[in-house]
Design a protein around this ligand. Structure first.
Ligand code: TGC
Length: 385
């Protein structure tokens, strides 16, 4: 599969079906995304046409069953996330937003009619979704949301603002979480509804091949059919975040692998002081430590994936994975950058792009501080939020 993966042979722990999903994800990512990603990152260009290719490959909502979804195992989904993020976090984010957030919300909490209407088209990529939870006051405390939905005859009127909503300006529908007289509820909102405005956040220096938006809901009227009937309360939205956080546990190890690969290759191809860079003990120590943390992160992701398949995975266990694997991916990217010397800050290598992307990944879906505090609460029984 890959010389780094071969060295530790984690593939021995995977089934043929899982290896097939990983191989197909890697093929798609390296043939369709890798050749254009540097230019797209530079030009802040989101390449919508790739979404259909992801759908044709079965990668959108791949862990869901029925309604045109592939019904793949949790580990298969994780491996696909890894391969997309090995090329760029923006494309793993798309797979997460579509499959783990928007489609998962409909699959878990939608009516039978909503599932049949939306999920098959979302699985092909013909319909793109986004997930509008975070508000401008800060993403860490979604319980403080102020966006409201009020009953208006047979329908609802939604008013408020959201921020950092991935793909909102590209999406056909938004899963919107809003406060109602009955508690927090979810709605499927068409993005062409009057009063829906999505503006890309243009100043991003991270995940530039993806789109994140400010979104306004200016008295957006939706029909009664827009309500997700299966849920009241914030725990539903947070359970969708569990799904996306799971993908991140795996995905960031892809970014880490790319950075490690770049550093290993460079250490054998470049000479300093009359010998290959990699013949120096300090360089070998750095490479070995990056490799050890990469393999530990992969084993953690695999354990968490098997727990998910058994149905025993807890939010706290996901927090261990997100906290550790994002932190170690950032450390690996940073060390790789230093080993590349001055060239490491150029776009001739993917490392600086991954470093910039990983700052987004560290921040969304629960910051490193929030996951630390989730674990602090689990250990002490005391919430310090
Ligand atoms: P609290 O907020 O008081 O209570 C809410 C209810 O939710 C339950 N809950 C969970 N349920 C399922 N999975 C989880 N991981 C859950 N965490 C909490 C909780 O038990 C409660 O249930 P109930 O029945 O009692 O009402 O929740 P808390 O005090 O337990 O949690 C506080 C905290 C800080 C851990 C939580 O609010 C949190 O996780 N905050 C971070 C949220 C976050 O990750 N925000 C970033 C989202 S990223 C984004 O929106 C962009 S989407 C991607 C894109 O568009 O690109």
């Amino acid at each position: 599969m890959n010389r780094i993966d071969d060295l530790f042979d984690l593939t021995a722990l995977l089934s043929p079906a899982e290896i097939d999903w990983q191989t197909r994800a890697r093929d798609l990512a390296t043939t369709l995304i890798a050749p254009v990603i540097d230019a797209d990152f530079e030009n802040k260009h989101f390449r919508r046409e790739i979404v259909a290719e992801l759908g044709a490959g079965g990668f959108l909502g791949m862990h869901l069953t029925g309604y045109g979804c592939a019904g793949a195992s949790a580990v298969s989904y994780g491996l696909a996330c890894l391969e997309f993020e090995a090329v760029d976090s923006g494309w793993r984010t798309l797979v997460s937003v579509q499959g783990s957030l928007a489609m998962s919300a409909i699959w878990h909490f939608g009516s039978e009619q909503q599932k049949q209407e939306f999920l098959p088209h979302m699985a092909t990529g013909a319909v793109l979704g986004c997930f509008a939870l975070t508000e401008p006051h800060g993403g860490s405390d979604p319980a403080a949301m102020v966006t409201r939905a009020d009953r208006d005859g047979d329908g609802w009127v939604i008013t408020g603002t959201k921020r950092w909503i991935g793909l909102a300006s590209e999406a056909d529908l938004a899963i919107v979480w809003a406060r109602t007289d009955e508690g927090i509820r979810g709605f499927i909102v068409p993005t062409d509804a009057d009063g829906f405005v999505a503006r890309p956040i243009d100043t991003k220096l991270s995940m530039r091949a993806s789109v994140q938006c400010d979104v306004e809901f200016n008295s957006v009227r939706v029909s009664g059919d827009a309500l997700l009937p299966g849920v009241t309360g914030l725990s539903a939205a947070l359970s969708c975040l569990n799904e996306a956080r799971f993908g991140i546990v795996w995905g960031v190890m892809g970014a880490a692998r790319s950075c490690l690969n770049a550093a290993v290759t460079r250490s054998t191809e470049r000479s300093v002081f009359g010998r290959p860079l990699g013949a120096n003990q300090l360089v070998q120590q750095k490479l070995a430590e990056m490799f050890v943390e990469y393999e530990k992160g992969m084993l953690l992701a695999l354990h968490i994936g098997r727990q998910k398949e058994r149905g025993t995975l807890t939010p706290e266990q996901i927090s261990v994975g997100k906290l550790n694997n994002v932190r170690e991916a950032i450390a690996i990217a940073s060390t790789a950058r230093s080993l590349l010397g001055g060239d490491g800050i150029t776009s001739e290598f993917p490392v600086m792009r991954h470093m910039a992307n990983l700052e987004s990944v560290r921040t969304y879906e629960g910051t490193d501080d929030i996951h630390t505090l989730i674990l602090g609460r689990a250990l002490t029984g005391l919430a310090a939020f």
